[in-house]
Design a protein around this ligand. Structure first.
Ligand code: PBG
Length: 331
């Protein structure tokens, strides 16, 4: 008897064989492209720490939207960069605020493209926290007021749905936000609008470039009383479980790269679609190294996104979406 009998290399002998046994495939349909919309006109300003990502004013958005749709990407995630911030984040829920106006325009230009609205206050509050801030009289400590913040998040979600958002994506990590928003949407007649919950969102250093981009860094303290401790995974199950009970339609894990185990766990434990957020620093690290000529950007990006799918992500939010869609077309 010759040895070895089992030869795993047999299925790798040609491109066609490798393709026919391939377990995971990445397509442009898996991707959501985040866009930063800003006030003013004629604004197309590159974000320094995120080369290739721009602040765009609404008048320059149309070309971007057409490009995204032509590449076969089915959804964009909108972040608003307002002119004006205040203590209660008023610009998050105004009917004529930046995200609401951009949403209406996009649905006019490209009705089939899904608009996902990020529902949070941090880009709109002067203190940069994701909810209203209250100071505890006895301890003097300032923290977000969970329940008071919920009302404003509901207002934000309803105004986004009124503007035509197809999916509401609350990223604020207040307790009870899914239930509050679900009830608010239903009461306003938007019972058909799904909630993509940022269920498992860690207090991560990987959001750094985004905070530059969205001007949303907290002005004091940090987000550790509402975002999760990177050390915990059983707690991730509790976060996801409560969102499922409260009516979430999709569960997100954020960031993605350092949390592949969490993506896999949610995929195994729940039957809802799992979304991975390939966040800003995951983008910037690759860009920076690629600029140095230290790695093959295209190969690295496609391998990374494929890895997220293999870990269990059904959908990936990524600043690489347009590049990846282009590279996948070339193949
Ligand atoms: C808003 C929000 C953040 C990100 C998405 N929505 C920042 C934060 O929580 O500080 C980060 C996205 C990224 O880093 O790409 N709460």
């Amino acid at each position: 008897m010759s040895f070895p009998i089992t030869r795993n290399r047999r299925l790798r002998t040609s491109a066609a064989l490798r393709s026919i046994v391939r377990e995971t495939r990445l397509t442009a349909h898996d991707l959501i492209y985040p866009i930063f919309v800003t006030e003013g006109s004629g604004v197309r300003e590159e974000i320094v720490s995120m080369p290739g990502v721009y602040h765009l004013s609404i008048d320059l958005l149309e070309a971007e939207i057409r490009e995204v749709a032509e590449l076969g990407i089915q959804a964009v995630l909108l972040f608003g960069v307002p002119d004006h911030k205040d203590e209660v984040g008023s610009e998050a829920y105004g009917n004529n605020s930046i995200v609401q106006r951009a949403t209406r325009k996009i649905k006019e230009w490209q009705p089939d493209l899904l608009v996902v609205a990020d529902t949070c206050l941090c880009q709109f509050t002067s203190h940069g926290h994701c909810g209203i801030v209250r100071q505890d009289e006895s301890t003097g400590r300032a923290d977000v007021d969970n329940d008071a913040s919920l009302a404003l998040l509901v207002k934000t979600a309803v105004s986004q749905a009124q503007a035509g958002a197809d999916i509401i994506a609350p990223s604020n990590m207040m307790d009870g936000f899914v239930q509050a928003i679900r009830t608010g949407l239903d009461d306003a007649g938007f019972e058909h609008v799904p909630i993509m919950s940022y269920s498992v969102k860690y207090a991560s250093a990987f959001y750094g470039p985004f905070r530059d981009a969205a001007h949303s860094a907290p002005q004091f303290g940090d987000r550790k009383t509402y975002q999760m401790d990177p050390a915990n995974v059983r707690e991730a199950l509790r976060e996801a479980e409560s969102d499922v009970v409260e009516g979430a339609d999709m569960l997100m894990v954020k960031p993605a790269l350092a949390y592949m185990d969490v993506i896999r766990l949610l995929k195994e434990q729940f039957d809802l679609p799992v979304v991975a957020y390939n966040v800003s620093a995951e983008y910037s690290m690759v860009k920076a190294a690629a600029r140095q000529g230290w790695l093959d950007e295209k190969a690295i990006v496609l391998e990374t996104l494929l890895g997220m799918k293999r870990a269990g992500a059904d959908i990936i939010i990524t600043y690489f979406a347009k590049d990846a869609a282009r590279w996948l077309q070339e193949r």
